[in-house]
Design a binder for this molecule. Sequence first.
Ligand code: 13P
Ligand code: SF4
Length: 317
Amino acid sequence: MLKTEWAEKIKKLKQEKHAVLLAHYYQRPEVQDVADFLGDSLQLSQAAAQTDADIIVFAGVHFMAETAKILSPAKKVLIPDRNAGCSLAASCNAGDFKKFIDEHPGHTVISYVNTSAEVKALTDICCTSSNALKIVQSLPEDEKIIFGPDKNLGNYIKSITGRENMLVWNGVCHVHEAFSAEKIVALKEQHPEAKILAHPECKKQVLLLADYIGSTAALLAFSAKDETKKYIVVTEPGIIHQMQKKSPDKEFLPVPPGNAHSSSIEDDCGACNDCEFMKIIDLEKIYLSLLHERYEITIPEEVRKKAEKAILNMLNL
Ligand code: 13P
Ligand code: SF4
């Protein structure tokens, strides 16, 4: 079946079931195009908290769908493929994180939303790459912090704030970690007029090359308002679809990974650094998910309540 036919079937079924489709910017272009709401992880958690739909289909990864369920427990939240995980969330196991917190009493725990509900339940305030700096800066300077799970984002924030009383968990996202400074420099030599845009989950040596560092939504907003005509995009290439839509006259160059990591993904970007967890979802899986109301996200109420508190502490800020 053609992509346009799947998209039509999804639209019809969404109406019949009073469902809403939320999609992250790293999703396949055709999935982004059929979504009711598109955003970065912060915007999607806000949208999930506000929707009045009966069913939320989450075209993103598991922790994002879990966040939607935490904020909207009465709604049915579906993820179209149960294997849509996240290497960053997987790098922070709740048991190990609890041990770390117990070993360092007196610290306020800030966790990136890229974590399981169990890790969120151990957290005081959640954050995303959009608001991590603001959240750290909202705490008194002498307040000790545990920041998890992304070490690159944590160390980036430490370098901006000069905060020494912040312990950073040793987790990474395999996609952002795979970008190499050498490949970016080579691309910049070929396109000296291009600006380098990077996500803070990238390594320090990559961030040092960047003209602008920001969350997925911040990179998109910057590329739309900036005067430059060419950009080297150092994050998951799914975002380029929206960058190109907002700025059809500009050129956006994806960066291949330093080390190949992903399974072969059928898209228009053969050598791209795709997140295979994001790209595992396609239109057919979304349609079947809605049709059979699978795969439903469930969270024990005790865990959900604690995790909700940490997310609401973030949203209220
Ligand atoms: P954003 O907070 O920029 O949406 O990032 C989510 C993510 O998965 C980054 O890899
Ligand atoms: Fe997780 Fe990285 Fe994929 Fe984002 S890009 S969902 S952090 S594995």
